[in-house]
Write a protein that binds this ligand. Structure first.
Ligand SMILES: Cc1cc2nc3c(=O)[nH]c(=O)nc-3n(C[C@H](O)[C@H](O)[C@H](O)COP(=O)(O)O)c2cc1C
Length: 199
């Protein structure tokens, strides 16, 4: 795995500038910006245009709803994520509305929608930190998620904060260099694991 702060090949700044912070500013996220983020999610591609993504969102000022979302997080994530001004649960519908057939691309398409949302966030100086560390069963119960749907991640969202507000351990993670596989480790020529032609 490679440690890098700049990409090996040029990519768009909206992609290069995205990262997952733990320190968020207190500043609330404006409602029109939140709407723009969900609008970006709305225009993602999806298998059979099923649009299997759903979001349950709360701003910190919406105390009861925010607390309900925060309470789903595991202790480690909660310690920093509840300082964010917005929490979101990202939910996939696992079957197609027509015929009720299993949608095996539901998670994929929810990921595409969150990808759109995260690029749009970067364009607005907003950052998200996605989290698998939460209790999905309790989420189903507490958020009233219907059968056939499942919470995939929770997301902390907001403007960048000061890493000095974090514990020493979290600050070290916040400031650690980012690591990535090289392209050659995950892109193959014609068959699995075959090295790509150089040209
Ligand atoms: C599906 C998913 C689940 C994640 N779960 C957690 C989590 O529970 N806690 C956490 O601190 N970060 C979590 N992350 C953030 C990743 O650790 C982070 O994206 C990765 O280290 C790459 O760093 P970057 O986003 O800053 O490029 C998650 C990210 C994704 C996409």
């Amino acid at each position: 795995m490679k440690t890098a702060s700049v990409p090996d090949y040029p990519i768009h700044p909206l992609l290069a500038d995205r990262w997952s912070p733990r320190a968020f500013d207190d500043r609330p996220v404006e409602t029109d910006k939140l709407n723009t983020l969900f609008e970006a999610a709305r225009w993602a591609a999806s298998s059979f245009n099923a649009q299997p993504w759903y979001f349950v969102v709360a701003q910190r000022s919406q105390t009861e709803d925010f607390e309900r979302l925060a309470s789903l997080l595991n202790t480690g994530n909660r310690s920093w994520a509840e300082q964010a001004p917005v929490l979101i649960a990202a939910i996939a519908r696992l079957d197609f509305p027509h015929k009720g057939r299993h949608n095996r691309h539901a998670w994929h398409d929810l990921g595409l929608a969150i990808g759109n949302l995260s690029v749009q966030a970067t364009a607005l100086d907003l950052y998200l930190h996605q989290m698998a560390g939460f209790n999905a069963d309790t989420a189903a119960e507490q958020l009233g998620i219907p059968d056939g749907h499942a919470a995939a991640t929770m997301i902390a969202l907001g403007y960048l904060g000061d890493p000095a507000t974090l514990s020493d351990t979290l600050r070290a993670r916040e400031e650690a260099p980012r690591s990535r596989k090289t392209i050659d480790e995950f892109v193959f020529q014609g068959r699995w694991n075959a090295k790509r032609d150089a040209q």
